[in-house]
Write a protein that binds this ligand. Sequence first.
Ligand SMILES: N[C@@H](CCC(=O)N[C@@H](CS)C(=O)NCC(=O)O)C(=O)O
Length: 241
Amino acid sequence: MLLFDLVNARKAHFSPNTWRVRMALAHKGIDFTVQDVRFVDIAGIRPQGDSIGHKLTIPTIQNDGMWVTDSWEIVHYLDDAFADTPRLINTGADESVLRFFQYWAQTTLHSGIFRNIVLDLYLGLDPADQPYFRDSREKILHDTLENAQAGRQDRMDAFRKSLQPMRLALANGPFICGNQPGYADYLAFGAFQWARVASPLQLLAHDDVVSTWLNRCLDLYDGMGRRESAAVDDLLDDSMR
Ligand SMILES: N[C@@H](CCC(=O)N[C@@H](CS)C(=O)NCC(=O)O)C(=O)O
């Protein structure tokens, strides 16, 4: 199992969509190797015979000659190809509700976080990635990265309020999926891990149950998430040198 994942200049893995898949692989107990790529390398990743037929995005996996791109497709593939491991996406209504949760994560979480860390993301990238990232993201934002990120402290209250559905869910159990973590937890975790790895911004108040949940997720699978160093730890290390 080979997982293609993005790295920044300090070789930290920051992609929110890949973190979903990393957690899914760990949940299933599937060992994997990681091939680090930068944004500028993605176009050069080509399956033999071009079996995917469209542009790859990260995450992409290669297993047993099979290439799969897109986190949702990858988790479906893992559920089918490793049928004796715990299933993450059940078919029927459960799948539709999970898909709805993914839409919520992409809109409320990813969009809410993106603007607040976009300049930090850029500054952390390998210099070879910076022109592409600036150009493509400024087109999406219709603004410079600097303007987009400015004033983020003023947006913090609104972002924290938007997490209320998570707080309500976490009143029922330690994880969004109940007593045990499941794919909804990994969808949300990916977003917070993205911010943690790429930016020193403190997104969550320490006394927020979402922060307690995030720490619980960081501890899962022998602290797999926590082993990826946070941007703030990196900055502290720098200032101590
Ligand atoms: N829906 C896709 C989204 C994947 C995606 O957009 N990945 C980003 C990195 S997190 C990417 O590959 N971007 C390539 C680019 O911006 O050129 C998934 O969940 O896998």
